[in-house]
Design a protein around this ligand. Sequence first.
Ligand SMILES: Nc1ncnc2c1ncn2[C@@H]1O[C@H](COP(=O)(O)OP(=O)(O)O)[C@@H](O)[C@H]1O
Ligand SMILES: [Mg+2]
Length: 269
Amino acid sequence: MLVVQQLSHSFLNGTEPTRVLIGIDFRVERGEIVALLGSSGSGKSTLLNLMAGLMKPTEGSILIADRKIEKMNENELAVFRRTHIGFIFQSYELIPHLTVRENVELPLVFQGLKAKLRRERALTLLTRVGLAGKTELFPSQLSGGQQQRVSIARSLITEPAVVFADEPTGNLDTATESEIIDLLLELNVNLGITFVIVTHEHEVAKRTKRIIQLRDGRLVEPGSDPEPLAAETDVAGADAMGTVAAGHAGQNEEADSGADRRLREGEKR
Ligand SMILES: Nc1ncnc2c1ncn2[C@@H]1O[C@H](COP(=O)(O)OP(=O)(O)O)[C@@H](O)[C@H]1O
Ligand SMILES: [Mg+2]
């Protein structure tokens, strides 16, 4: 359903590129709920934004529902994101002058759905997330946890293939955090929604069936070899000629050239 292959990403800071993701490989099946765990700066948001098609990766590919999203142009991506991807933000990102119901309906406005149908679907989802009595209020009239429920309902309204959540409980107290995670787990079990939830908190990650861990831009999956693609003998020679700057996925550290080491030092800054 979601396949990430040999994904690497660098940001250009001044003249030196800084590698923030290196050779990321994993897949998420339809109906899974996965936590993407890592400390601050480990590359979680970058990975999420790449998977959601908000940026293009430096290298590698991302398949969602059998489509390679890095190959799409801006228009194709915009349409694909609108129909196949849901996103939940730490800060909810609701539109203040729209009501709760209108916020949830908004993604369907772009799809040209009739007002009556939009309203019905929004109300059904708002009931589903426990906000049946709040639909005509404005976001500022709700608590943080309630606002995040609105944002969850909005993320589901287009029936996306996958919903990405970036630190969805980062602004909430512990009790509310737990309620929001309960809701995501319940939607996963009962509606089969596929979720990838970014968090830096073990307590949150532990509640999902599966944890994918990032450390310094690399994947550390428990029980798997953190360096699955070990030394390729002929890569070392190529590195010596300086081609490593273009980036070799899977090479071992011993074979690195000075250029690659510098890139890595940069990323640890
Ligand atoms: N637009 C950007 N330009 C340059 N560096 C960035 C940019 N976005 C993120 N970074 C850097 O990439 C690294 C990973 O950031 P991020 O993906 O936001 O981590 P996390 O979400 O795990 O805290 C950090 O060192 C950060 O400073
Ligand atoms: Mg982040």
